[in-house]
Design a protein around this ligand. Structure first.
Ligand SMILES: [Fe+2]
Ligand SMILES: [Fe+2]
Length: 305
């Protein structure tokens, strides 16, 4: 299939499969049942309210920060793309700018939920935003930058998808706000995963050797920046809610396992493997145990629910 057709197919009627965050039934405060649900999703044997608030708060604030950075960078890359061979027609620009717009909405949604969870806003972006944006303002080609950006985002997008599957498993009727929020997020995320698969599977192999080396270097620098960001959010959360929220937390253990596995896999070679293809039989058993599903992105993300 040619690339323009692929991009067009991925973006079929996204207006019907999206959700504006303001359309969610936002409560003025989270009730005990919501906190208990979040605790259960972490796999704590008994309700551990503060540990669960700290874990969800830290992870979603950090995710919001990364999503906003992805939005800004997609906008930047699109601005330099028309003079390159990247666009190949309008659908590619359409796909990048829609992706960017959706990640802004996600960042807004998650920041808002974090404030409900921990009773205060949490945004540490300013300390490192200039450095993280600077990575994408260098002389590398727009194609190399796009590959690097999405390769650095793909492990996180895959892990949040695991969490969407988990809340659906525990709350099939979507009674809890956290479930509704992650399901709303997943409507857009399904497209992002497909776009990642297109960019990493079809566009990345077409980069020349110099662009490929640039993409790998940019991606590694971005991963290092994200790692430092995660440490800052964790340290800040330990000040806000002093408790041990990682030890004994199944969600944290699964998140770390799959993040590390997929980061090792990212741009390791010229041949891209979808997240599910990179899983061992033990990994598949972990996915089944955590989510009740046999795969993370069935059909490459195209047959979603
Ligand atoms: Fe997102
Ligand atoms: Fe996304």
């Amino acid at each position: 299939m040619d690339s323009i057709q692929t991009i067009t197919d991925i973006n079929q009627r996204p207006d019907l499969r999206t959700f504006h965050p303001d359309a969610l039934p936002w409560p003025s405060k989270l009730d005990p049942a919501e906190h208990a649900f979040c605790s259960r999703v972490c796999g704590f044997p008994t309700i551990r309210m503060n540990e669960s608030r700290a874990y969800w708060g830290k992870e979603l604030a950090q995710l919001a920060d990364i999503e906003r950075h992805v939005s800004i960078c997609l906008g930047l890359i699109s601005g330099f793309a028309s003079d390159s061979g990247l666009l190949g027609g309008v659908p590619m620009m359409n796909a990048m700018l829609r992706f960017a717009a959706e990640e802004y909405q996600h960042a807004n949604m998650f920041y808002r939920y974090v404030e409900l969870l921990i009773g205060q806003p949490l945004d540490l972006s300013g300390e490192s935003l200039e450095h993280r944006l600077g990575l994408f303002l260098g002389p590398e080609s727009p194609g190399a930058k796009l590959v690097a950006l999405l390769a650095s985002a793909y492990p996180g997008e895959t892990v949040i998808t695991l969490f969407e599957h988990r809340v659906r498993l525990f709350d099939p009727t979507q009674r809890h706000f956290a479930t509704r929020m992650l399901v709303a997020h997943g409507l857009d995320e399904a497209r992002h995963i497909q776009f990642d698969h297109y960019v990493l599977g079809q566009l990345a192999p077409s980069l020349d050797d110099g662009e490929w080396a640039d993409a790998r270097r940019l991606c590694r620098n971005m991963e290092a920046a994200n790692h430092a960001l995660a440490e800052r959010y964790e340290a800040r959360m330990r000040q806000i809610l002093p408790c041990e929220f990682v030890e004994g937390n199944t969600a944290a253990r699964i998140q770390r396992h799959f993040s590390q596995k997929l980061l090792r896999e990212t741009l390791a070679g010229r041949t891209f493997r979808l997240a599910d293809q990179a899983l061992s039989s033990q990994d598949r058993a972990l996915v089944m145990d955590f989510t009740g599903r046999a795969s993370i992105h069935p059909g490459g993300g195209s047959t979603w629910h």
